[in-house]
Ligand binder design. Structure first.
Ligand code: ADP
Ligand code: ADP
Ligand code: MG
Length: 449
């Protein structure tokens, strides 16, 4: 096992990883930007190295500084967390070139799945059902018109290099297509440095259901069941749960098998998530694969008892998965609310400032993953997520009751947060009855607050 790991991330996920390391008796090295000197992950790690100024591109995306920090401190492995370098094959390759273990899949698997259009082709070849759409990227305007006409409108344009809910445009009719193509290409080029798009049929009011899987370097795979992430705004997740009320044991088996089939096809080793859309008829379609630990991984940990970050570290160290599919049992229900510094009433605009008063919820079945504390000054440079509040209950009702109780206890003053908004979601009768779809926020919450 590793003796020392560098964590190439910040915020709650850096802390999550430090905690796993501490329980495994592994020393930790934090990296931080000048704006994050007072951040909790810096204080919690055994060592910390400042890797650059506030802007992410100068610090958390500063590859030479991060790699040299690992070398200087003698870290044998780097955990990338999510976002930043977690899905960049060049980073995984740089680690390998410097004899540092990248805690994640091989660069080749990241590359195959990171290009979303190509990932779909790989999935289709592996026999996984995919959302109907263009074969690979759109080659010409003509090509786009032909594909869209064949499928029927509405359709979706998606950036092949996209992520984090960005680079997606819904096209309602033929008249809009040419204009949207131009805008989407320019946006994708600016945001991801790659303007290539692909096109998909718009699935009507689907559920977002994803499978968590683990694969080791010895060819063994298990899946940990599904998470439902249909509660989204602007294609970004707000609240997640496990299991999904729409997933029967038979759908779970089929989806799990499909996810494992894809993982095997690309020689995937480590934790990964295969995202699907589930339609009203119980049919599911592959959407994309995230080759990293996911924000919402704790709901799976609560219902399966598997520590996903610990497994990631064990797998990267070459150990065998200690689990078989038979060992995986879903126990009870878990819900996560993303607590974000934003104003739902002002179209979820981010809010920055200092936290003047902070009281955290707690109690039976409650987990709070966060880097904030009373007096913490939220830097404006990074993601606005402040905390993940996760609860477990013996069933969905108990989990909803517990989450509502926790949200009522939670006090964050000094910045605007979405705590009240999350409470409203939990109180909504459609949410309570489990009638969910990705259209929930627009349909049932009037779009905003
Ligand atoms: P990202 O890489 O940004 O996570 P995804 O491809 O996973 O992008 O899509 C993000 C969200 O957009 C999905 O969770 C879903 O709500 C919505 N979405 C994506 N593709 C479709 C589609 N073909 N039909 C309907 N909704 C879609
Ligand atoms: P998950 O699928 O784990 O829920 P998200 O799609 O919410 O992940 O993304 C996790 C984090 O990474 C978020 O903070 C999101 O903004 C960021 N992110 C994901 N993909 C990208 C990307 N391609 N570019 C920039 N940020 C991204
Ligand atoms: Mg996605």
């Amino acid at each position: 096992m590793f003796k020392k790991i560098l964590i190439a991330n910040r915020g709650e996920i850096a802390i999550r990883i430090i905690r796993a390391c501490r329980e495994m008796k592994i020393a930790t090295v934090a990296i931080y930007s000048e704006a994050d000197a007072d951040s909790l992950h810096v204080r919690m790690a055994d060592e910390a190295v400042c890797v650059g100024s506030a802007a992410s591109k100068d610090s958390y995306l500063n590859m030479p500084n991060i790699i040299s920090s690992a070398i200087i401190t003698g870290a044998e492995a780097i955990h990338p967390g999510y976002a930043y370098f977690s899905e960049q094959p060049q980073f995984a390759e740089a680690c390998e070139a410097c004899n540092i273990v990248f805690i994640g899949p091989k660069a080749s698997a990241i590359e195959l799945m990171g290009d979303k259009a190509r990932a779909k082709e790989t999935a289709a070849k592996a026999g996984v059902p995919c959302i109907p759409g263009s074969k690979g990227i759109i080659r010409s305007e003509q090509d786009a018109f032909k594909t869209a006409a064949k499928m029927g409108y509405p359709v979706r344009l998606k950036a092949t290099a996209g992520g984090g809910g960005r680079g997606i445009r819904v096209v309602a009719s033929e008249e809009e297509l040419a204009g949207q193509l131009k805008i989407a290409t320019a946006e994708a080029q600016a945001a991801f440095g790659n303007g290539e798009l692909y096109l998909e049929k718009e699935i009507e009011e689907p559920r977002h259901v994803e499978i968590q899987l683990l694969g080791d370097e010895h060819g063994k795979y298990v899946h940990l069941g599904e998470r439902e992430c249909s509660i989204q705004r602007r294609n970004q997740k707000l609240l997640e749960e496990a299991p999904s009320v729409a997933v029967t044991p038979s759908i779970r088996d089929k989806m799990g098998e499909a996810a494992v089939k894809l993982a095997k096809a690309v020689g995937y080793a480590n934790a990964g998530t295969v995202e699907f859309l589930l339609d009203k008829h119980g049919r599911f379609y592959f959407m994309e694969m995230n080759t990293r630990v996911q924000v919402e991984h704790p709901v799976t940990e609560f219902v399966t008892g598997v520590d996903i970050v610990r497994e990631q570290i064990r797998i990267a160290a070459g150990e065998k998965l200690g689990l078989t599919q038979k060992d995986i049992k879903i126990n009870g229900h878990s819900i996560e609310c993303r607590i974000i510094a934003e104003d739902p009433a002002r179209n979820f605009a981010p809010s920055v400032g200092a936290i003047s008063r902070y009281v955290a919820p707690g109690g039976y079945g409650v987990r709070l993953d966060t880097h904030v504390y009373s007096g913490y000054d939220i830097p404006p440079y990074y993601d606005a997520m402040l905390a993940k509040l996760i609860v477990w209950g013996k069933d969905r009702n108990e989990a909803i009751t517990r989450m509502s109780r926790c949200l009522s206890e939670y006090e964050i003053e000094g910045v605007k947060t979405n705590i009240e908004y999350q409470k409203k979601i939990l109180a909504n009768s459609y949410f309570r009855s489990g009638e969910l779809s990705t259209a929930f926020i627009t349909r049932c919450m009037n779009g905003g607050g």
